[in-house]
Design a protein around this ligand. Sequence first.
Ligand SMILES: [Zn+2]
Length: 168
Amino acid sequence: MKALVLEKYKHLAYKDVPDPEPAPDEVIVQVKACGICGSDIHGYDGSTGRRIPQLIMGHEASGVIAKTGSDVRGWKAGDRVTFDSTVYQLNDWFTLRGLYNLSDNREIMGASPGTYCRNGAFAEYIAIPRHILYRLPENVTFKQAAMVEPAAVALHAINILAFIHKNQ
Ligand SMILES: [Zn+2]
């Protein structure tokens, strides 16, 4: 497939890379729209250290399921989807309290801070764990869906503040 690869800081190459294959609990999404976030820009120039090359960036996107992993039920090729930018653990302390953005060992799609490297959606296809998928309502366009994340980030910030406040 074609992808936009951060080959070194401030240098994106549009090139052929291997197609992603789904793990048993993942689906492959054909990307239809992808937003660019402030965190991508500061990752691209190296100022955050959270986008270490080689990496395919892009964590707010939408598209259509192309393929499903062997354990995935309830999703099928052709489903219109978007996804959370955070790959969180399903059963840790934070997730069980609804604070999955603080989940231990969480990973961000399209990020590589040194402890992991998870390719993102500046590509034709992306592998997504099924538990971060959201079905796209008929009346929401792919472009609208790719813009959801900044609003979600703001909401999470409010939730986290409320949580910290309550537990002080
Ligand atoms: Zn973002």
